[in-house]
Structures are given as structure tokens and as C-alpha cells.
Design a protein around this ligand. Structure first.
Ligand code: HEC
Ligand code: HEC
Length: 326
């Protein structure tokens, strides 16, 4: 018996040593990302327009990096807070506030080079090379066209500088270790579709839709379940909202939703007076207002075509669990 305990004790020590060694290794070896590229982005008129469009619509930069009015349906951005950051995106992983991405020199990106901003958005490390949590969806942005990314950078540099010191993130174990292994150099970027193929255009613009509407396991979408919904979003009042099934399944998805109805659902959320959550019976993280007021009809319709081209997945989603009922 004594001997057994001794063996177990030794085994335990070995396990602890391995764990400690692994911890030190991960801390020292990651993130593995190259130096920021030398880059000087000319803020041409075309780039500023395109960057403004993307950052305020399908790239969602301004949606995450601003204050939100939680008293209104679909929580629109509070005017005048664009880029100031501070909202927490950590959910189960800890506390991960969105950074201040305005040009403020002390608390924002005022002292970052274009190359450093580009590297942050696509490879997932900050100015000093420290890892960013993937709540900042840099793996998705790494699939965009470089020229679109340059446009976004040119535009965010024109945001009004706001002094707002965002606190440090605080991640739980083991995600604090896992997240530092995700940043990586990007070997090839995406290509912006020319718009003749609507489905391709919808796919390119719809990455964030996929992000919220697809169940995932350990950071990977579950194959065959893309767009089938059910992803949980805790609301500020404790209610849980789940993303809808937006595959063309007729019974549980949007297979019976005409393009007119799809457009109308978005358009009905443009006007401020239509954003009373009480009249709608719930509030939602779905960016109805954000997308509706910025997107062109062409781009939104392309997303509809793209969604309709997906495989229908039968998955009935319970939209709301009220606070206290689980
Ligand atoms: C889903 C929400 C979300 C979206 C969309 C998003 N971000 Fe972020 N971003 C974050 C969070 C959260 C952080 C902080 C991550 C951390 O501290 O590890 C962050 C960090 C950053 C940083 C690093 C700043 C620093 O001081 O370290 C930059 C730069 C940035 N985002 C720019 C952008 C741009 C540009 C876009 C659009 C192309 C964008 N973000 C879209 C949530 C988001
Ligand atoms: C931040 C996460 C998030 C993002 C990003 C997002 N959605 Fe949603 N979406 C939701 C949630 C949660 C719901 C369910 C609550 C509601 O209806 O507002 C929803 C509902 C919907 C519905 C309603 C379906 C029905 O049967 O009524 C449609 C359509 C939809 N989303 C399409 C989209 C499209 C298209 C995009 C990309 C432009 C998108 N969503 C991006 C979270 C998101």
C-alpha cells in the first residue's frame, strides 16, 4: 500500500512538472508571428469610402468597438462613441473588452503604424506582439481582400480620437493558454468578388453572419451545421437569446422567407422610432439596425441568395430563455 502511494506520488509530481513545463513553454513560444509589415496606406477617396462602408457594415468593426444603446432594439451604436471600445466580449472565457481603435495617442491606436494595425487585424497580435483574443475575429479578417483591409485601416484612422483607457483583458485558464497559440502569419488573403456572381458576393460579405449563426466546437464550425443557429447570447438583463436557423430549411429555417420579407425585416429596423424592444417583445444582439442602415440593397440581397444556396439543416431553435428560467 505504502509503495503504491509512493508511486502515485511520483506520478503526480511528474504530471505537475509536465504541466508547469508546458505552461512555461506556451508562455515563451507563443504567439509566433512575424514583425509587422512596412506599410504606408494612402488614404484615397475611394479607400475612405469603401473602408467606411465595410467598417460600418459587414466587417462589424464599429459595431463591436463602440458603446451600444441597450435600451433600444438590436442595440444600435451610440453616436459619438465610434471606435472608443470598452464593451466586454469575453462571455464564458473571462473579461475581454473591445480596444479603443480611435487615433487617440495615449489610449488608442494613435502611435501604431499602418503595418501594426494591419498585423493586429489579420494575425491577431497587438503593437508589442502580444496575442489578441479571437473575440476580435482576426481569423475571419485574414480571409478578406488586402485592398479592403487597407481601406478599413485608412478609414478607422479618420475616426474622431476619443480618450478612453480600456482595462486589460483577464482570461480564465486554460483559454489564456489556448488563445495565445492561435495568432499566425497569413499566407494568402481573399479576393473581393466583382459582384457578377451574387452567391460569391454574399459569401464574402456574410462572414459575420456565419460567425453568429453557426454552432462551433473548440473554435471550429461543426461541419454540416453552418448557419443552423442555436448559438447562445446572454443579454445584459440575463435573458438568453439564440441565433436563428438561417439555412433554407422550410420547417425550422428561413426556407419560406421571401426575399421581400428578408429585406423588410432589416428595413423595419432603420428608423429610431421603430427600435422599442417592448413593442417587439424582446431585445437582440442581431445587428438589424447596424446592417440595415449601412448596407446597399445589392449586398443584402446577395447574402439572401447565398443563404438560400446553402444546405437546409433541420434544427429547431428555441429563441429565448427568460432570465431565471433555464
Ligand atoms: C466581435 C467583435 C469585434 C469585431 C467585429 C472587431 N473587433 Fe477588434 N477587437 C475586439 C476585441 C474584444 C478586442 C480586444 C482583444 C484583446 O484584447 O485580446 C479587439 C482588438 C482590436 C485591435 C487591437 C487593439 C489593441 O489596442 O490591442 C484592433 C486594432 C482592432 N480590434 C481593430 C478592429 C477592426 C479594424 C475591426 C473590423 C475590421 C474589428 N476590430 C472588428 C472585438 C471586435
Ligand atoms: C452578433 C450575432 C449576430 C450576427 C453578427 C448576425 N446575427 Fe442574425 N441573428 C442573431 C440572433 C441572436 C437572432 C435571433 C434573434 C432575432 O431574431 O433578432 C438572429 C436572427 C436572424 C434572422 C431572423 C430569422 C427568423 O427566422 O426570423 C435573420 C434572417 C438573420 N439573423 C440573418 C442574419 C444575417 C444575414 C447576418 C449577417 C449580415 C446576421 N444575421 C448576423 C445573431 C446574429
Amino acid at each position: 500500500m505504502k509503495k503504491l502511494f509512493k508511486i502515485l506520488g511520483i506520478l503526480l509530481i511528474i504530471v505537475v512538472l509536465f504541466a508547469a513545463g508546458g505552461y512555461i513553454y506556451l508562455q515563451a513560444a507563443y504567439p509566433k508571428v512575424s514583425a509587422a509589415p512596412e506599410l504606408k496606406i494612402e488614404p484615397t477617396h475611394e479607400r475612405l469610402e469603401r473602408g467606411k462602408y465595410l467598417a460600418n457594415s459587414y466587417a462589424f468593426c464599429i459595431e463591436c468597438h463602440s458603446s451600444k444603446d441597450i435600451t433600444k432594439f438590436s442595440m444600435p451604436v451610440v453616436p459619438g462613441t465610434e471606435g472608443k471600445g470598452g464593451d466586454n466580449y469575453g462571455e464564458g472565457a473571462g473579461f475581454v473588452p473591445a480596444s479603443n481603435i480611435t487615433g487617440d495617442k495615449e489610449t488608442g491606436l494613435g502611435n501604431w503604424t499602418d503595418g501594426e494595425i494591419f498585423r493586429a487585424i489579420t494575425s491577431g497580435v497587438d503593437k508589442e506582439g502580444k496575442f489578441l483574443a479571437p473575440m476580435m475575429p482576426y481569423p475571419l479578417f485574414a480571409k478578406m481582400d488586402k485592398e479592403d483591409l487597407y481601406s478599413i485601416i485608412a478609414y478607422i484612422k479618420t475616426l474622431k480620437p476619443i480618450s478612453n483607457k480600456v482595462p486589460e483583458k483577464n482570461l480564465k485558464f486554460p483559454v489564456n493558454l489556448i488563445f495565445r497559440t492561435i495568432p499566425s502569419d497569413v499566407s494568402s488573403f481573399g479576393k473581393r468578388p466583382d459582384g457578377t456572381d451574387k452567391i460569391k458576393l454574399g459569401e464574402y460579405n456574410g462572414v459575420a453572419c456565419k460567425f453568429c449563426h453557426s454552432p462551433s466546437d473548440k473554435g471550429e464550425y461543426i461541419p454540416g451545421k453552418e448557419f443552423s443557429g442555436g448559438v447562445e447570447f446572454p443579454m445584459p438583463d440575463g435573458t438568453i437569446i439564440r441565433s436563428s436557423n438561417i439555412t433554407p430549411d422550410k420547417e425550422t429555417g428561413i426556407g419560406n422567407m421571401t426575399r421581400e420579407l428578408f429585406m423588410a425585416k432589416f428595413k423595419s429596423c432603420i428608423d429610431d422610432s421603430a427600435l422599442d424592444p417592448k413593442s417587439r417583445g424582446f431585445n437582440t444582439p442581431m445587428a438589424w439596425n447596424f446592417i440595415a442602415k449601412s448596407s446597399t440593397d445589392d449586398d443584402l440581397l446577395a447574402i439572401y441568395e447565398y443563404l438560400m444556396s446553402q444546405n437546409p439543416v433541420n434544427n429547431k431553435v428555441e429563441k429565448i430563455t427568460l432570465k431565471g428560467l433555464k
